[in-house]
Ligand binder design. Structure first.
Ligand SMILES: Cc1ccc(CCc2c3nc[nH]c3cc3c(=O)[nH]c(N)nc23)cc1
Length: 375
């Protein structure tokens, strides 16, 4: 059977688990490690598809939960799926919605069959099952779709995590069985198991038996301390097939990208760049800068002198600070554009460092300049 998603491992770092790979999808070839901008409601907030294209975004994320509630997958299906609706010809990945039910919806009830909930928009009743979520993701038409999983909260008891892990594996099997378009949309399984390493191993091995074209590592970046996240990650990735992509869900900040790549992760997503842009905070090679800070009122340098993006080549910190202070919409458009460019460009430099066999050196160099203090 033709596989819509093919992964080639191009190089393995000799000093860490970092890998350089290539993911071929029906909507283009994605170089990995890759940062995937989040476009929850069929848009990467404030950015047009041609802007995403010009900054080199190859794949964006969207969300089953939000799009099912509004405008509904039937409309999007009639528009030609997400690609036609958004007029985006790059790759798309959709999350399966379970995570969003637990972070957004009201009155949730979870059983072995699925999850019932009330919409956070209008209180209407809904239920997600593996079968119904596959039907939604099939209608949205993303190139990579996530299995319906349960992401346990942090902290959670071992008993709770064990129950949810087994449910998640059972749901993954039901997703695979009800997937209507396996030749056009690659279905990824999601490894749960909380902070319990033996459960992480069990989850990985049971999902591998179901043979997916890629594997996501879920249940992390849910409030646990970062050192714990990194330890769980370092333990889990070696159990996954070396020739399949690994996607760490919801991660992360610039330092998380380095720590994740070092531990064998190929794909990342995070709302950080567009979320902090909305309060005028920008990512630069010298760390984050809060543009409302008075120190930038007469600073005519670009946001980041080392950045080649269109915003840094066109506008000054003083002008962008003015726009943010004046609540001018152009302000958050410019900070969003720059922040997404920064994350994509950082991942490009990480890929180049792996190719040049100097990943750990580049990580050190970046950390020394980036620092961790608010500027
Ligand atoms: C549009 C979009 C937004 C967000 C996401 C990822 C959302 C996300 C997590 N975010 C942080 N930690 C996360 C864990 C999980 C998880 O365990 N399972 C799923 N299905 N999603 C997660 C995917 C797509």
């Amino acid at each position: 059977m033709a596989q819509p998603i093919r992964f080639e491992l191009l190089r393995r770092d000799g000093h860490s688990q970092a890998r350089r790979g290539r993911l071929t999808t029906p909507h283009g070839v994605i170089e990995t490690p890759v940062f995937m901008p989040v476009g929850t409601q069929a848009t990467v907030k404030t950015m047009a598809p041609w802007e995403l294209k010009e900054i080199g975004a190859g794949i964006i994320l969207s969300n089953t939960y939000h799009l099912h509630l509004r405008p509904g997958e039937q409309l999007i299906d009639r528009a030609g799926g997400l690609h036609g609706f958004m007029n985006w010809d790059g790759a798309v990945l959709t999350d399966s919605g379970g995570f969003q039910v637990f972070s957004l919806a009201d009155l949730r009830k979870i059983t072995d069959d699925g999850v019932s909930f009330r919409s956070h928009l209008d209180g209407s009743s809904h239920s997600f099952t593996p079968e119904s979520v596959m039907a939604i993701e099939n209608a949205l038409g993303a190139d990579i779709i996530m299995a319906f999983d349960e992401c346990p909260p942090y902290p959670a008891t071992r008993a709770y995590v064990e129950t949810s892990l087994r449910r998640t594996v059972d749901w993954a099997q039901r997703c695979k069985a009800s997937h209507q378009r396996p030749e056009e949309q690659g279905l990824f399984g999601i490894v749960q198991g909380g902070e319990f390493l033996d459960l992480r191993k069990e989850a990985a091995l049971r999902l591998i038996d179901l043979d997916f074209p890629g594997y996501a590592i879920g249940g992390l970046s849910v409030g646990e301390p970062k050192p714990l996240m990194y330890d769980i990650l370092a333990y889990t990735t070696p159990w996954l097939p070396v020739d399949k992509p690994r996607y760490l869900m919801g991660v992360g900040s610039p330092d998380d990208l380095f720590e994740g790549v070092e531990r064998g992760v190929d794909m990342f997503d995070c709302v950080l760049p567009t979320r902090i842009a909305r309060n005028g905070t920008v990512l630069t090679s010298e760390g984050k800068r809060v543009m409302k800070n008075a120190r930038y009122s007469d600073d005519f340098l670009p946001l980041d002198p080392d950045c080649d993006c269109r915003v840094c080549k066109t506008f000054s910190r003083a002008y962008i600070r003015h726009l943010i202070k004046a609540d001018e919409v152009l302000g958050i458009r410019l900070t969003s554009y720059h922040n997404v460019y920064f994350m994509l460009d950082l991942m490009k430099r990480i890929r180049q460092s792996i190719e040049a066999d100097r990943f750990l050196g580049y990580k050190q160099e970046f950390y020394e300049r980036y620092g961790y203090n608010e500027k």
